[in-house]
Structure formats: structure tokens, C-alpha cells
Design a protein around this ligand. Structure first.
Ligand code: GLU
Ligand code: MG
Length: 441
């Protein structure tokens, strides 16, 4: 019996447990075992070449892994999510695993390990603890009602599916915070409470599959794709995060500075902004991602730190001070550039790793831009995002520092997958490209 209080007890067991990882295309993969057979120290088999399975569902050519080689998935028992009550589906537990070698060492290409190592480095080198949460937007592709943003009518149009999603989230420990009809056509959003960063990314993986599952149970398709219809609202994956010291004090807060952002926080933000163009391939990794990162859609549209600004890549979020509430613990960043194509462990991992480099290299604190920013023509010295996935891949490939954060096999596999994906969508119109991705995401 596992001694960790978060581990499932025998009473909690569902018949099967799906031991899961998420790959470079952010598709959840793994295999199921009878839950009763999964002992505390058990691992299950995995194959290196699985990392090379691209968005279209086949192994990319010329990846560094062949038909030989074996790995193990080691379940992290504290990362168990029993999913219950989806109509037509048996109750099943998802447990996230780290990918290890057959002799028990971490596998250099495991995205979950990359995030955990980054979090550990922040703790060891700067004594800070991270808290994070993911917000997801998606669209109900089969809704036919007249959508009205944020309306009761649209809220009700998604029932009983909305209530089912939230209830299942509560039951499996995902700690839902908000469920709302969003601005876009038949668009909804679900948010979760902040938690430990690896758990936050685990939860992001579960929530996507859970939402799709619940909608599918009613014959409806939920899609998180970054752009469903070119020119309409996009679907973002926004990551909120804060850092605190050993005394629990928010190291981003300094009342005396612009935006109340500390020098430490400014350096952290500077590290992210400085590398954002090279990192775009990882946080916005789909061809359709570049139809989203544009002005006038409240998506991130330029590489800047903005006070309360929804077009910023990094948004300094507002604090609520009603009835004298203390702003200090509340101040935090929202990273708004990501989308569903990004593996959540890598998405949060690269944001934190870039911030860590900002601290290590004592980067000049980022400027906090206040008020509206006109981004129509790349205004005011604000760097633009790459304009296409191909440009993003070239920037990533050319950046030795950023590339060097990863095992060379991961880099090569990622580039092979993405270039094949680009070849697959190259002859498609924007509308057809969006449709191609909507089928996967
Ligand atoms: N839909 C916007 C995006 O693509 C975000 C809208 C909002 O929640 O502010 O990121
Ligand atoms: Mg939103």
C-alpha cells in the first residue's frame, strides 16, 4: 500500500488504470492494466519510437529511433485521476508516468521529467516554489444554438455536459474553478485552481481528454484547436504562474515598482520574452497556431509584458483588493501564447526554463507596458511572433541555447514530426488546415 495520502486506496480503484504519458504532439498515450494488478513499484513497457508518432498518427521518417529499444513507464501514484460518470464509458483511472530506461534512469526525452527538473532547478538555485494553473478554451463543433458571448443562454446550451465535466473534474481532484461560455462561436472555457506545476500540467492533459469524452458521449465534438475557422476567435491554453520563497512570500511582488513587479520578476519575464521567438515552435507548435497569434482577437499578438493586457505574451494579472484584500499573494503572470498543440509539461517547462535563464543571466528586467498597445504594424519595438510554423521551427533550430535544453534525440524527433506535418498541410487552404487540426485536437 502506498503511503502517500494522495494515492488511491483499494476502495477508489476503477477496474482499469491507464498508465499515461503525453508526447511531442500532446496526444495522451499509454496502456491500461487491471488496477488491482498495478503494484506500488510496477512499471509497464514503452517504446522509444513512439515519440516519433506525428500529429497525423504515423511515425515520422528518419527519426533517431528504430524498431528496437525498450523503455518503461513508471506510474507516479500521486498523479492518479479516477474518471467516473462519463455516460457510456466505464470508470477508468488515468495515472501519469515518467518515462525511464529499463535500468531505471530517467529517459532524456521524457517531457514530464523536463518540467520536474526545471522546477527543481528553480528551487535549488533560487529557493523558489512554483504554483501554476492552466486555462483551456474549446469549441462545441456540433452546437446549433445562437451563441451569445458569456450568456446564460449559451451556458445552458451546453448542459448537461457542462455540469458533467465540472462534476467529473471535482470527483477526480482537478479542482475546477470556472466554467463559462466564452466569446467565440460555441466557445467554452474551463479553469482550474493553482497547484504544484507538474500536477497543473497533468491536470491540463486530463481535462482535454475528459471534455472531449463528455461531449462525445452526447454525440458532440469538442475541439481545442487554436483556430477552428480562420479569422474567428481562437482557442488558447493560458498558463498562470507565481513563485514564492521559503517563507511563502510572493517573489514577483514589489509595491514600489511599475506594475508592482519586483526586479526578480522582471528578470524572470525578461528571460521569457528574450527567448520567445525561438520557443514559439514549442508553445505554438501547429501550422494553425499562427492563425491565432494575431491582433484584435484578444489572443497574444506580440512579444511583450503587459499590465492586464490580453494581447501580451505575458500578462501581469490584476489583483482584487475589495475589503482590503492583500495584493501581495495574488500578483502573478499569465503566459498567453500556448495552445493545445503544446505538450503541457513542455509548455510550462519552457516558460519556467526561460525565466530561470533570465535569473541566471541577470537579464535586464522586462519593461511593463501599461495601457493599450497598437500592434497593427509591429508597433513600438515589440518583437513579433514568427509568422508561420516553418519560421518558428527555423528559429528554434538555429537557437543553440534553447535547443541545448533538450536531449538531441528529442530535438531531432520534434523537427522531423513537425516538418512532416507541414508537408501534410502544405497543399491545404487555411480553412482546410484548421479542419485537419480540429480532427486531432
Ligand atoms: N481566445 C483568446 C485566445 O485565443 C483569449 C480570450 C481571453 O480569454 O482573454 O487566447
Ligand atoms: Mg478565455
Amino acid at each position: 500500500m502506498c503511503e502517500n495520502p494522495q494515492c488511491p486506496t483499494t476502495d477508489d480503484l476503477t477496474p482499469l488504470t491507464f498508465v499515461a504519458t503525453s508526447d511531442l504532439t500532446a496526444v495522451t498515450k499509454g496502456r491500461a492494466l487491471p488496477s488491482a494488478n498495478l503494484g506500488e513499484k510496477d512499471t509497464t513497457g514503452w517504446v522509444p519510437a513512439n515519440l516519433g508518432i506525428g500529429t497525423g498518427g504515423h511515425i515520422a521518417e528518419k527519426i533517431p529511433f528504430g524498431s528496437t529499444g525498450d523503455l518503461r513507464l513508471r506510474p507516479d501514484r500521486a498523479a492518479s485521476y479516477p474518471l467516473r460518470g462519463v455516460p457510456g464509458k466505464p470508470d477508468t483511472t488515468i495515472v501519469f508516468a515518467d518515462v525511464i530506461t529499463t535500468t531505471g534512469e530517467p529517459w532524456g526525452c521524457c517531457p514530464r521529467t523536463f518540467l520536474r527538473d526545471t522546477v527543481a532547478a528553480l528551487q535549488e538555485e533560487f529557493g523558489v516554489t512554483v504554483k501554476a494553473s492552466f486555462e483551456h478554451e474549446f469549441m462545441d463543433r456540433d452546437a446549433t444554438d445562437t451563441h451569445h458571448p458569456f450568456s446564460w443562454r449559451s451556458y445552458r446550451a451546453a448542459e448537461p455536459l457542462g455540469s458533467r465535466v465540472v462534476t467529473a473534474m471535482q470527483a477526480s481532484g482537478l479542482e475546477p474553478e470556472n466554467w463559462l461560455p466564452e466569446y467565440g462561436l460555441h466557445q467554452y472555457e474551463v479553469t482550474m485552481k493553482p497547484t504544484d506545476p507538474v500536477a497543473a500540467a497533468d491536470r491540463a492533459i486530463v481535462v482535454r481528454d475528459l471534455v472531449r469524452d463528455v461531449f462525445a458521449s452526447a454525440g458532440r465534438r469538442a475541439s481545442f484547436t487554436p483556430m477552428l475557422i480562420p479569422g474567428e476567435s481562437g482557442n488558447g491554453v493560458h498558463v498562470h504562474f507565481s513563485l514564492s520563497d521559503a517563507q511563502g512570500r510572493n517573489v514577483f511582488f514589489d509595491d514600489s515598482r511599475p506594475g508592482r513587479l519586483s526586479e526578480f520578476g522582471g528578470r524572470f519575464a525578461g528571460g521569457i520574452l528574450e527567448r520567445a521567438r525561438s520557443l514559439a515552435a514549442l508553445f505554438a507548435p501547429l501550422s494553425a497556431s499562427y492563425l491565432r497569434l494575431r491582433p484584435h482577437q484578444w489572443a497574444s499578438a506580440g512579444i511583450f509584458l503587459g499590465l492586464h493586457n490580453r494581447e501580451a505574451l505575458l500578462r501581469l494579472c490584476p489583483t482584487v483588493e475589495i475589503d482590503g484584500r492583500d495584493p501581495e499573494p495574488q500578483l502573478h503572470f499569465e503566459f498567453r501564447g500556448g495552445d493545445v498543440g503544446a505538450n503541457p509539461w513542455l509548455l510550462l517547462g519552457v516558460v519556467l526554463r526561460a525565466g530561470l535563464e533570465g535569473l541566471r543571466q541577470q537579464t535586464e528586467p522586462a519593461r511593463v507596458r501599461e495601457g493599450e498597445v497598437d500592434l497593427t504594424d509591429g508597433a513600438d519595438g515589440i518583437p513579433e511572433f514568427p509568422h508561420s510554423l516553418e519560421e518558428a521551427l527555423q528559429l528554434f533550430e538555429a537557437d543553440e541555447e534553447v535547443r541545448g535544453w533538450f536531449d538531441p534525440d528529442l530535438v531531432e524527433t520534434f523537427l522531423r514530426i513537425k516538418r512532416e506535418e507541414l508537408a501534410e498541410v502544405s497543399s491545404l487552404s487555411d480553412t482546410e488546415t484548421c479542419e485537419w487540426y480540429a480532427r486531432v485536437y
